[in-house]
Design a protein around this ligand. Structure first.
Ligand SMILES: C[S@@+](CC[C@H](N)C(=O)[O-])C[C@H]1O[C@@H](n2cnc3c(N)ncnc32)[C@H](O)[C@@H]1O
Length: 267
């Protein structure tokens, strides 16, 4: 059975240190306890690193994918583990498959493959192992919330609750309406004080929809093949939605590998 350290294919594994470094300037004052929500936590890589690096911040991870909850709540079923044990070699992968894995293991379920069940099991096993080894024992990580960002979504028990809301690599892999729903939720759940911030990390399109970086053009093609409504969003369009919800852009920071971190605060 692989250990979490053996599987290092997620984007989060590549960018986690850059993200922790970025947050260091924002979380410099460790004497003030902070509450943070992560939206679309995936396998928990970011929440694990951030919670270890910033112990004065209490993190609430969240996810929309029900399979992740089933894995975390109940563990993988014996059947799934047995199947993996019987065939421990990775399945033969097509080039599309390898690319999909490199870019986003979360999208594997959307790709036709005769090995879909094995991949699903592997992905869930990875998340379960990672969570057990890295996240479960962290005192400053709360249980994962089930949260799908969709029109009208809400966290009624978390009004003005968070000093920090962090979302990475989600709005491009979702319908257009997802970014509207995201900022509507942020407007309700971010604390009203001047110190609260929303951090949005990912790849974005340039102004006018052009995409200069080759890696981002490849990513765009991949997303469009999955769903024509998916794709890199323009920073300007995201800022406009934020402003409609009472948030303004405070910083637009270039990050490694043609990513960006956008920082929003209340207007
Ligand atoms: C590319 S992964 C990013 C995971 C993690 N944030 C990271 O950067 O590694 C996209 C994540 O967004 C989640 N997701 C997609 N649509 C969502 C939605 N409408 N609401 C909440 N999560 C969503 C998926 O389940 C998946 O975990």
């Amino acid at each position: 059975m692989p250990s979490p350290g053996d599987i290092q294919y997620t984007g989060a594994q590549r960018n986690k240190e850059d993200i922790v470094d970025f947050f260091a300037s924002y979380f410099a004052d460790k004497s003030r306890p902070l509450e943070a929500l992560e939206i679309a936590s995936g396998d928990g890589t970011h929440v694990a690193c951030l919670a270890e690096a910033f112990t004065h911040v209490t993190w609430t991870p969240s996810e929309a994918d029900e399979a992740i909850f089933d894995a975390l709540r109940y563990g993988l079923s014996t059947i799934e583990v047995q199947r993996y044990k019987k065939s421990p070699k990775p399945p033969k992968r097509s080039s599309q498959f390898v690319e999909a894995f490199d870019i986003c293991p979360y999208l594997i379920l959307n790709i036709h493959s005769s090995h879909i069940e094995e991949i699903r099991s592997l992905r869930l096993m990875w998340i379960l192992l990672y969570y057990r080894s890295r996240v479960n024992d962290l005192a400053n990580v709360k249980p994962m919330l089930e949260l799908k960002i969709d029109t009208g979504c809400d966290l009624p028990n978390h009004r003005n609750a968070f000093d920090i809301i962090f979302n990475a690599n989600m709005i491009q892999i979702a319908e257009f309406s997802c970014k509207e729903a995201l900022f509507a939720l942020v407007a309700k759940t971010l604390k009203t004080g001047s110190g609260s911030r929303m951090f949005l990390y990912g790849s974005f399109a340039d102004e006018g929809g052009a995409i200069a970086a080759e890696s981002n053009r490849k990513f765009q093609a991949f997303l469009k093949a999955l769903n024509p409504n998916f794709g890199l969003r323009e920073v300007g369009a995201v800022v406009a939605v934020a402003e409609k919800n009472g948030l303004v852009l405070e910083a637009d920071r270039d990050m490694p590998a043609n990513n960006k971190m956008l920082v929003f605060k209340r207007a």
